[in-house]
Design a protein around this ligand. Structure first.
Ligand SMILES: Nc1ncnc2c1ncn2[C@@H]1O[C@H](COP(=O)(O)OP(=O)(O)OP(=O)(O)O)[C@@H](O)[C@H]1O
Ligand SMILES: [Mg+2]
Length: 356
């Protein structure tokens, strides 16, 4: 396990090893805001990890940074993004040059963007989007004929439970939101990537459509064995889809653990507050607790722990020194529990329970 900023990089079989990554945006000629700080985690083959946290905490920035899909002002100034390619070799995505990066994306790792339902070009039928994707990411000299691409696209659409004839011949606006989102997932899986990053893929959909897409995603992951980073506000979805959960706050990963560790034994008061802000579906009804205040501005992070100003359990030391991720429980295959909180091992606090 290596969810630790200072962990040495030993090859532990992970598909993706993120080490001390910062991601920022240039805001002027010489100014930059750092939106993601010093993030490290491992994702093993077939594993799925949910990234949770309030709006603005850096989830999308991290996802985009990992695949170097940031807007022009985006930079990844620090860290390593080590990815095991299909041939077994490891590359650092951060330093891949342009052509290799183009082949890496979609072939090895793909992303479904936040708000992507409107990402289709409105004047192109869905089949043109599939043709473009296959052609843009295949190696020169290995061009597949159109008929073969359309057949493969039809298989992919069937995989996400869509009628391929209807969908391939439609313009994006002729499809429902759910159908567009399924089409995007099919498109992302077109070149059989080993990693799929999904950024709030179902947020804009009604609950039943959301359900069926999430269920199909879980099945597809079993069938195709890809790894997944699932970015969401919805803790219920995280619990359902993820083997591991990472909580982000003010651009940092502040707790990582198995889904059980995070939901039943969270050790960071922010994670606990997120969990407690959701009404329970079973058990005693309680009024969800809201978390006072909001995350700090990236330009004015408080000294010490960024969460301390909102934390009911903060000590003097929390406002003076920033806690780093500590390993609480070590398990093999990247399933350990880490938290960046001075009180993460405080028996009194956790006996009383900061989360339900
Ligand atoms: N293009 C940009 N230029 C400058 N700052 C940006 C840019 N995009 C995002 N940011 C800033 O980076 C921080 C993290 O934003 P990000 O979109 O990654 O958060 P998020 O966790 O995905 O939020 P949400 O849950 O709302 O999608 C925010 O403070 C945001 O204002
Ligand atoms: Mg986002």
């Amino acid at each position: 396990m290596n969810d630790h900023p200072t962990a040495p990089d030993t090859d532990n079989g992970a598909l993706l090893s993120v080490r001390g990554v910062d991601v920022g945006y240039r805001t002027g000629r010489r100014t930059r805001v750092t939106a993601v700080h010093d993030v490290s985690f491992d994702l093993h083959p077939g594993q799925s990890m949910a990234l949770v946290g309030e709006s603005g905490c850096g989830k999308t920035t991290l996802g985009l940074g990992l695949l170097r899909l940031l807007p022009r002002t985006g930079v990844v100034p620090k860290g390593e993004i080590l990815f095991r390619r299909k041939d077994g070799t490891r590359v650092d995505v951060r330093t891949l040059e342009k052509e290799k990066l183009r082949r890496f994306r979609w072939n090895e790792a793909a992303m479904v963007f936040q708000g992507a339902m409107n990402a289709f070009n409105p004047v192109l039928k869905i089949e043109e989007h599939f043709l473009d994707t296959f052609r843009a990411h295949e190696r020169a000299g290995r061009r597949r004929p159109r008929k073969e691409i359309i057949e493969r696209s039809a298989e992919l659409l069937e995989m996400v439970r869509l009628d391929p004839v209807r969908v391939l011949g439609s313009f994006p606006h002729e499809l429902s939101g759910g159908m567009r989102q399924r089409s995007l997932i099919a498109l992302a899986l077109a070149l059989e990537p080993q990693l799929l990053i999904l950024d709030e893929p179902t947020t804009a959909l009604d609950i039943l459509t959301q359900r069926s897409i999430v269920e199909r995603l879980a099945e597809l992951r079993e069938e195709l064995r890809f790894s997944m980073v699932f970015i969401t506000h919805d803790l219920g979805l995280a619990a359902e889809l993820a083997d591991r959960v990472g909580t982000m706050y003010a651009g940092r990963l502040i707790e990582t653990g198995t889904t059980r560790d995070i939901f039943y034994r969270s050790r960071h008061p922010y994670t606990s507050a997120l969990i407690n802000s959701v009404p329970p579906v079973v058990g005693d009804l309680h009024v969800p607790e809201s978390l006072p205040g909001g995350p700090p501005s990236l330009n004015a992070l408080p000294p010490g722990c960024s969460f301390a100003p909102r934390c009911a359990h903060a000590l003097d030391s929390c406002t003076a020194t920033r806690p780093v991720l500590e390993v609480l429980k070590h398990r093999d295959a990247g399933l350990s529990h880490t938290a960046a909180c001075f009180r993460s091992t405080d028996a009194a606090l956790h006996a009383e329970g900061v989360s339900r």
